[in-house]
Design a protein around this ligand. Structure first.
Ligand SMILES: Cc1ncc(COP(=O)(O)O)c(C=O)c1O
Length: 431
């Protein structure tokens, strides 16, 4: 991501926008791409800039059922024109939504609590986990991202670095299925057990294991189900809570069902969600075992002014109906497999493609450069930039910044997959 400063390729109006943005929003904001894009419209898998140029969106999992989906927009505007309050008044729509959302998860998750972001959902889940377990320590992967509040930033080494993780938490190696012949993936459960032992040795009680089911910021991995279940068992045996962070992997993205954790046969005690839940509307939720919140509920209660408001509920229902009505999980499975084949074929043609990992419509393409990590990272960002210039939007991830992150809206079609693969082929050919 580039700093918000004008560059040579920017048009006069883009330069003016960048300057205004830096002046008004300050130094923390980053724009995607060396030549940032001024988007003015979105529809389905397409984004349009101010000059009318069309980009294939192969990156935005937030607009998961497609940009500005008419059904979602209609639900949003209809409810906004009728009533928008909060959860302290009686309302049917929040209950209809809770029922529908809870209907997508295993029956042991009986309550839904609503937030406005994924960060808030994880923050609330950690509070509940610490309250119900009596512990404080949380186990995360070593390049995880779980949010932007104080509690979740401290559980996000991808954002705050290893030193930003407080001493009572533990990081374990992400289950990397590629490097070292997949040793970290093989040893994942053992590493979680060792982290628990290490906590105990320092009188820290484990509260939770918090995992993104797609290990997105770690570089996108899909380890064996058995190691994931074994890791969860270790945590439960130590009195901790298992939290599946489905902010990235949820709502059909992985093509097998609605939730990423189900691919591992996991039965999490809490599931947190955000991004795709509202197709761009700011929403999040925690689905939880009722026993875990009973004492938390009577001790502290929970209120979130905007979380679960009637407009959010209308949007949430519309998103679930679109996923179901348009067969988007099946599409993620079928077009995901087709896209995966096209990307696998690129691996055979381009030596720098070290590994292609995919599940549904979530892809990680790891680029390598004979062990030169800095070179691999700079080539990865060059590929991302070249694709942007060629009309296809993707990004990169992983601790070394050498994994192409591809995660299109779920209505992605076969011809979109072909455009993606052809554009990537061209970008890789220019190495
Ligand atoms: C796995 C994961 N969890 C939580 C979050 C935080 O969500 P939000 O940005 O909606 O607060 C993110 C955001 O990128 C995420 O990727």
């Amino acid at each position: 991501m580039s700093q918000s400063s004008p560059n040579a390729d920017a048009t006069a109006s883009e330069r003016a926008l960048l300057e205004r943005r830096a002046r008004l929003l300050g130094p923390t904001y980053r724009a995607f791409y060396r030549n940032p894009i001024h988007l003015v419209r979105g529809s389905g898998v397409w984004l349009y800039d101010a000059q009318g140029r069309k980009f294939l969106d192969a990156y935005n999992n937030v607009a998961s059922v497609g940009h500005c989906h008419p059904r979602v927009v209609e639900a949003l505007s209809g409810q906004a024109a009728t009533l928008n309050t909060h959860t302290r008044y009686l309302s049917e729509i929040i209950l209809d939504y809770a029922e529908k959302l809870l209907g997508t998860v295993p029956a042991h998750l009986g309550h839904a609590m609503f937030t406005c972001t994924g960060s808030e959902a994880n923050d609330l889940a950690i509070r509940i986990a610490q309250h119900s377990s009596g512990g404080t320590g949380v186990i995360i992967t070593d390049f995880a991202y779980h949010g932007a509040t104080i509690a979740t930033a401290q559980l996000s080494p991808a954002a705050v670095g290893a030193k930003g993780v407080p001493a009572h938490h533990r990081t374990v190696k992400a289950p990397d299925t590629f490097r070292d012949h997949g040793r970290a993936a093989h040893d994942f459960a053992r590493n979680v057990a060792a982290a628990i032992e290490d906590m105990r040795a320092q009188d820290i009680r484990p509260a939770a294991l918090l995992l993104d089911s797609a290990f997105s910021s770690d570089g996108i991995f899909f380890p064996d189900a058995s190691v994931m279940r074994e890791a969860a068992d270790h945590v439960r045996n130590a009195g901790g809570i298992v939290i599946a962070d489905e902010v990235q992997s949820g709502f059909g993205r992985l093509g097998q069902g609605m939730w990423g954790f189900a691919n591992y046969g996991l039965e999490p005690d809490m599931v947190t969600m955000g991004k795709p839940i509202g197709d761009g509307h700011p929403m999040g939720a925690v689905l939880v075992r009722p026993q875990l919140v009973s004492s938390f509920g009577s001790n502290t209660g929970y209120f979130n002014t905007f979380g679960g408001n009637p407009v959010a509920a209308a949007v949430g229902i519309a998103v679930l109906e679109v996923i179901e009505g348009e067969g988007l999980i099946e599409n993620a499975r079928n077009v995901g497999a087709y896209t995966g084949d096209l990307l696998d074929a690129l691996q055979t043609r381009h030596g720098m493609v070290g590994d292609v990992r995919h599940n549904g419509l979530y892809f990680g393409v790891e680029l390598t450069a004979d062990g030169d990590e800095a070179l691999a990272a700079s080539k990865t960002s060059a590929v991302v930039e070249a694709m942007r210039e060629d009309g296809v939007l993707i990004s990169s991830c992983g601790p070394r910044g050498n994994v192409l992150k591809i995660r299109p809206p779920l209505p992605f079609a076969r011809d979109n997959a072909e455009q993606l693969a052809e554009t990537l082929d061209r970008a890789l050919s220019n190495w």
